[in-house]
Design a protein around this ligand. Sequence first.
Ligand code: BGC
Length: 370
Amino acid sequence: MRAVLVRPPNPGVELGEAPTPSLASGAVRVRVLECGVCGTDHDIVRGKYGTAPSGSPDLILGHENLGEVLEVGAGVVGWSPGDLVVATVRRGCGRCRFCRTNRSDFCETGLFTERGIGGAHGYMAEQYVDLPEYLVKVPPALRLVAVLLEPLSVVEKAIFQGQRVLDRKEPTPGEPKTGTPSALVAGTGAIGMLAALTLAVRGYSVTAIDRHGEDTPAAQLLARIGAGHANVGGGMAPLGDRKFDLVIEATGSVSLDFTLIDRLASNGVLVLTGIPDAEGPLLPVSGGALLRDVVLGNQAIVGSVNANRTYFEAGLRDLTVFEERWPGAVGGLISTRAPLESYRAVLTERSGGTIKTVLAVTPGGATGAP
Ligand code: BGC
């Protein structure tokens, strides 16, 4: 079968041939319709991240996925050919208490694998085979947006973690609530935009920052959902002296991460989701001033990675809510559905102003258009 192959830690990417996986009993065979492309894929193609499965020189790339069931193995119940499906990414170590209870996103041994990223083949191939426990069934009504479910699961987890910290501020009996909580989203790629949508439906007053003006699809979408937008390409001045209860970072920029600490309100929480370059430049930071404020303000900085299937299920519910509240808006996050043959350009060039590029592994991807 055709597959997009990488050879970490070497840079580069090829469209090549890989063996079609065999179907064991208890497993499901899926035809891949489309895969989203994200910063992690770019990092793997640049040779900065990722590992091939043990014993294989190549890794089949791709972790944001949508497919259609082709065939079910003996003993599989609840799945039929034609069902739409999104697969989770991480496969647990089988040892720690988290992996043994379907929460491999909190794996403590580090011995997990991630399909399309580390130690296990991904989904940028004509087919894959996996166990039902890793597959999330997608209602047909969400077909055109379901490729966003994997990044949305990451967002769902990050916001849930942030909310748990904010819940330290329990309501005070007899006192009115303090009003609408405020959220700052840093970055207007797919993760940032999905965070803005999710926080808006959770009742936050949302502001998103990036380095673009008001004429991008992201800025227009933010206006549509009632979120603020500020271009901080020239510094944070457009935010004035505003502080926020919850800050969701979705850029991976280390210098921005430090700047965001300064934007936390008292008792606020900063959740980092972008994965910084570990070999980036050393930064001069006024550590004392920064951390003093964190302590004196009861603030928290939380990292959040990956997502277990409960967050995929939460994401499915939210995709439905987004579609009800702002019809067509979430589909607007998919800037391009590119044919598989354009894999090299899509995986090596980053085009500014686009939100999510999707590779149509089956011609037409989820649209089925030729
Ligand atoms: C993926 C996560 C993964 C993380 C770290 C992200 O791009 O969405 O599933 O855990 O990279 O490898």
